[in-house]
Structures are given as C-alpha cells and as structure tokens.
Ligand binder design. Sequence first.
Ligand SMILES: C[S@@+](CC[C@H](N)C(=O)[O-])C[C@H]1O[C@@H](n2cnc3c(N)ncnc32)[C@H](O)[C@@H]1O
Length: 267
Amino acid sequence: MKSIKGVKVADVVSVYSSAQGDLFQLMFGQQIHVGGMKASIDLADRAGIKAGMKGVDLCCCNGGDMRFLVRFRNVASMIGVDVTEAIVERGRRLTHEEGLDDKIRFILADARESGLPSASADFIWSEDAWCYVPDKPKLIAEAARIVRPGGVIAFTDWVEGPAGLSDSEAQRFLGIMMFANVEDIAGYAKLLSANGCEVRVAEDTGRFSRYVDLYLDMIEMQLRYDALRIVGFSTELLDALIDGFRFIGEMARAGKIAQARFIARRG
Ligand SMILES: C[S@@+](CC[C@H](N)C(=O)[O-])C[C@H]1O[C@@H](n2cnc3c(N)ncnc32)[C@H](O)[C@@H]1O
C-alpha cells in the first residue's frame, strides 16, 4: 500500500471545512463521489439494499447518499458518521430542509470509533470516502462490528489500479487529495475476509477517468467564475487545483488509480 507521511485526520477536517470542501461541492453536487446518483443506484442495486432496512454511512459527508437511500430505496433509517463538524452541520441543515430528519441522524465522530452498538445495522454504506481514513484495518473492523451477521457492507472507494503508481506519482496523488495512503482492490478484499465477511464484489467501476474529464470541463467551460469566487478569486490556487485534477485524470487513464466497488456479507 502506498502512503505519505504527515497526513492526519485533522488535515482532512481542515480540507472539508475550507474553500476546497466548498469547491468539491460545486464540482460534484450534493453527492461528493464519482458518478453521483447513478453510482449510488448501481451500488444499492448490486448490494440488494431494500425498503425497511437500517443503514449506517461511515464518512457520510453532508448526507447526500443517505437522502438518496431514504428517498429512492425507502430504507427505514440511516445514521451518518462524519468527523468534520462544518460538514455535519451542513448535512443536518440540508436534511431538515428536505424534511427527512425523522429518518436520518448525524453523528460527529471518527468512523474508526463510531460508538455505535455492535450488530445494529442491516448494512454499512460508503461512497468514495474511506480513502481519507489512514487506518483501513481499523475502519473495516469497525464496519464489520456494526453490521449484523448476514448484513451487507457496500462501498466504493478510490484505489490504486493494476498498473500501480510509482513512488513519485503516489506522493503527488496522495498530497493533492490529502490521503495518508491508498488501498488496492486485493487489499480491501483481504481486510473484509479477515473480518469475517464474504466478499461478493470487488471490482473496478470503470468510470473514473471519464468523470475526471467531466469535472475539468465543468470548471473550465462553465463554472470558472463560481469556482474562483469560492477560492477568493485566486486564479493561481484554482489553476493549481485544476492541474492536480488533470494529473489524477492521467493516472486514471493509465490504470494507476481507479474507483472500485465492494460488496461483502458478514458471516
Ligand atoms: C468525499 S466525502 C464523502 C462523500 C459522500 N460519500 C458523498 O457521496 O457525498 C469524504 C468525507 O469523509 C469524511 N472523513 C474523512 N475522514 C474521516 C474519518 N476518519 N471519520 C469520519 N469521517 C471522515 C470527511 O469529513 C468528508 O466529509
């Protein structure tokens, strides 16, 4: 697993509490993951998420995925865990505005130590967020602890692709994204198995590079003023962020990074 030194959870919190977090929201919309609602539908269908289930979203951000699950999959309730206070506050406000606060609850906590009861959820959910969590073994163990026996862990994440990142590419990629490390598909599958889960799906979604191109086009061709407004009209800062995304697109096209989908059932 490739890693960089010095990235702590507090650094991720400051990204999501800053202009960069707002920029992500502009680029991605309410659901801050590659593929938006289409990706959520794919994941929910493959994982068999059904009406009446109770779920936990670990690293839920502003809760867009939980609102999708409540509205379009009729899940009974969702608990979202996120470590960034500003994001949790935004999530509570958006959920209240949509009239969904009777079904969705936010907890401000580190996903590795959520404090939620063992075996209390029918499913654990996450989209493109566990890449931020430094200690993947602890995170997967927490997911496996919270889900009930027979329940499902369903998530997508940014992973190292089969072509592999060189050390210098890994340093640049991890630094841009503020990830302490990046797992690969086999690494996640191994962690899930080690925590008593049967891995049913562990695959590249195949959508990453196309979406990075879409985000770049949106910022460069349509939303540049909006993006500049968010970063205090600093063209240098915005161009550095765009350059970073262009590099990520190159890495994705070369098979060095990908978005992967995982579905596992706890034994
Ligand atoms: C890319 S966003 C998640 C997006 C969300 N799945 C969606 O589709 O809207 C990543 C989120 O992970 C949260 N996060 C990062 N590290 C965390 C940790 N250790 N515990 C809980 N939340 C964490 C950040 O605060 C941020 O809100």
